[in-house]
Design a protein around this ligand. Structure first.
Ligand SMILES: NC(=O)c1ccc[n+]([C@@H]2O[C@H](COP(=O)([O-])OP(=O)(O)OC[C@H]3O[C@@H](n4cnc5c(N)ncnc54)[C@H](O)[C@@H]3O)[C@@H](O)[C@H]2O)c1
Length: 343
C-alpha cells in the first residue's frame, strides 16, 4: 500500500497487421508529445490536465446557500449553486484502475465532491512526482484522502482482503468505479486463446470480482451503495478500423454484467450502472496514435462532435452515478461518445 503512477508508464499492447503483439513502454516525453499532437488536431481547446475547481467553492456550494437579489447581497461573495444530491461528502469509494487515466481523473472528481477514495491498481507504488501524488496533495487540501493499494484485479483473494481491510478501516464502503482494463488490437484470425483469456480475465472477471468484493462488504454491513462499471461504446458497436474483437466482446460482457448485478443486488440497495465512453485521449490510446497517426484525424470524424474526448469529460458522470443524484437509476448504461453510436 502507498501512493501512484511511475514516471515511465505509458503502456499500449497491440499488434500491427496481426503479425505480432507489441508491448510498448512510452517514455513520459513521448506520451506528452502524442497528447499534444492529438490536442492540436482536435477541435477541443481543453488541456489534458485536470480541470481546476476551487475547493472553497465546492465545499461552500454543498453546505451553504446564499440569498441573492437585493442590493445588500450584491457585495457578498458569489455562491455557485449545486444540487446537494451530487455531494459525496464522507462517502467511501473504491476506484480500480485509478492509478492513471480515466480512473485517476474520475477519482479526483470524487474527491472534489467530498469522497474518501481508495485506489486499486497494478502499477508500481506511485512516486512523489507522479500524477497520483498531485491528486493526493489536492485531496489533503480538500480535507479528504486518496490511498493507493497495489493489486492485480485478477487476484480474487487479494481483492477480498484489501477491500475488507478498507471497509474495516472506514467502517463502510459506499461505492465503486471499476475502471481497470486493458486493450489489445489483433485480428480475430490471429488471436491466441491465451491473449483472449487475459483480456476477459482483466476486463470481465476482474471487474466482476472487484464488484463482488465490494458488494460483500456492503451486504455484510447492510450498507447501500452504488457501482459504476466502465464499459465502452465498443461494447455496443464494432469500431470501424480498430480491430479488437476480444476487447469489444469484453466490454459487451461488462454491460450485461452490470444489468445482472443490478438485478441481483437491487434488493440490498446496491445500484449498478455501466458507463460507456467513446474515444478518450489516454495512455491506452496514445500508443495507437503513435503507431497509426492517421487515426488522430479519422477517429474524430466518426462522431457527431468531430473530436476525441478527454478523461475530464467523465468526472461529472462518475459523481452523478455514485451520488444520490442518480438514486433511482440502476441496470442502465450511460453512453458518452460524442454521438458515435447515434448515427
Ligand atoms: N481510452 C479510451 O479510449 C477508452 C474508451 C472507452 C473505454 N475505456 C475504458 O476506460 C477504462 C480506463 O482506461 P484508460 O484509457 O484510462 O486506460 P489506462 O491504460 O490509462 O488505465 C487503465 C488502468 O487500469 C490498470 N489496470 C490494468 N489491468 C489491471 C489489472 N489486471 N489489475 C489492476 N489494475 C489494472 C492500469 O494499470 C491502468 O492504471 C478501461 O476500462 C478502458 O477499457 C477507455
Amino acid at each position: 500500500m502507498a501512493a501512484s503512477v511511475p514516471k515511465a508508464a505509458a503502456r499500449a499492447v497491440m499488434s500491427r497487421g496481426g503479425k505480432s503483439l507489441l508491448s510498448q513502454q512510452l517514455r513520459p516525453q513521448q506520451l506528452s508529445t502524442i497528447l499534444r499532437q492529438v490536442q492540436s488536431s482536435s477541435s477541443l481547446g481543453a488541456t489534458t490536465s485536470a480541470i481546476n475547481v476551487s475547493p472553497a467553492i465546492f465545499t461552500r456550494s454543498f453546505h451553504q446557500s446564499t440569498a441573492r437579489g437585493n442590493a445588500q447581497d450584491q457585495n457578498k461573495p458569489t455562491t455557485i449553486h449545486l444540487l446537494p444530491e451530487f455531494s459525496l461528502k464522507d462517502k467511501v469509494i473504491v476506484v480500480s484502475g485509478g492509478g492513471r487515466g480515466v480512473g485517476l481523473t474520475q477519482a479526483e472528481g470524487l474527491l472534489e465532491a467530498g469522497a474518501i477514495v481508495h485506489v486499486l491498481d497494478r502499477l508500481p507504488t506511485p512516486t512523489a512526482d507522479s500524477d497520483f501524488a498531485k491528486v493526493a496533495a489536492k485531496a489533503e487540501k480538500l480535507g479528504t484522502s486518496i490511498t493507493y493499494h497495489h493489486i492485480d484485479v485478477r487476484d480474487q483473494a487479494a481483492l477480498n482482503e484489501i477491500v475488507g481491510g478498507i471497509a474495516d478501516q472506514e467502517g463502510h464502503i459506499d461505492g465503486l468505479i471499476a475502471a481497470a482494463g486493458i486493450q489489445q488490437e489483433t485480428p480475430a484470425l490471429e488471436y491466441t486463446a491465451e491473449d483472449a483469456d487475459k483480456m476477459l480475465g482483466v476486463n470481465v472477471t476482474g471487474v466482476f470480482m472487484t464488484a463482488q468484493a465490494v458488494a460483500r462488504q456492503m451486504i455484510k454491513r447492510k450498507h447501500k451503495g452504488s457501482m459504476v462499471l466502465i464499459g465502452s461504446m465498443s461494447g455496443t458497436v464494432a469500431n470501424r478500423g480498430l480491430i479488437c474483437p476480444a476487447y469489444n466482446a469484453s466490454k459487451a460482457a461488462v454491460l450485461q454484467l452490470g444489468r445482472n448485478l443490478a438485478a441481483e443486488w437491487g434488493e440490498h440497495g446496491i445500484r449498478v450502472n455501466t458507463l460507456s465512453p467513446g474515444y478518450i485521449v489516454t495512455s491506452m490510446t496514445a500508443g495507437l496514435f503513435e503507431a497509426f497517426p492517421e487515426r488522430k484525424t479519422a477517429w474524430p470524424e466518426a462522431n457527431m462532435l468531430k473530436r476525441l474526448s478527454y478523461p475530464e469529460e467523465y468526472r461529472g458522470a462518475a459523481v452523478f452515478l455514485l451520488s444520490d443524484a442518480s438514486s433511482f437509476m440502476t441496470g442502465a448504461d450511460l453512453r458518452i461518445d460524442g454521438g458515435h453510436c447515434a448515427w
